[in-house]
Design a protein around this ligand. Structure first.
Ligand SMILES: [Zn+2]
Length: 115
């Protein structure tokens, strides 16, 4: 494949197009995570305003938490487009920094022309 080498041996993807498309996918996933997080307050507020029911709010919370959990897992296990390791996980826990925890690839490296 063009510019793609096996990961895990310290070799990295070198094709700027592949790295750029991987970073765009990663940014979309992170944006989805923020959207799910920010959805919590209006979702609970609307549920309580419409139903005046704590039970409905609890069910809404469980549904929201299910979406949050899935999105957190989706983002946490996204692979770095350059080194093919997990972008946010280096040891056991994900840390959502804006650079790869292994090779240091910035999340906006394609926008800055730093590839
Ligand atoms: Zn990396």
């Amino acid at each position: 494949m063009n510019g793609v080498k096996r990961a895990g041996d310290g070799e990295m993807v070198t094709d700027p197009f592949l790295i750029g498309s991987g970073l765009r996918s990663l940014r979309r996933r992170r944006c989805l995570l923020w959207a799910v997080i920010l959805l919590y307050v209006p979702e609970i507020w609307v549920t309580l305003a419409w139903t005046h029911s704590g039970r409905a709010a609890l069910i809404t919370f469980y549904v929201w938490f299910l979406f949050l959990w899935n999105t957190v897992i989706l983002v946490a296990f996204t692979r770095c487009p350059r080194c093919r390791n997990y972008y946010h996980i280096k040891f056991a826990f994900p840390l959502y920094f804006r650079h790869c925890r292994h090779c240091g690839l910035a999340i906006d490296a394609d926008k800055r022309g730093a590839l």
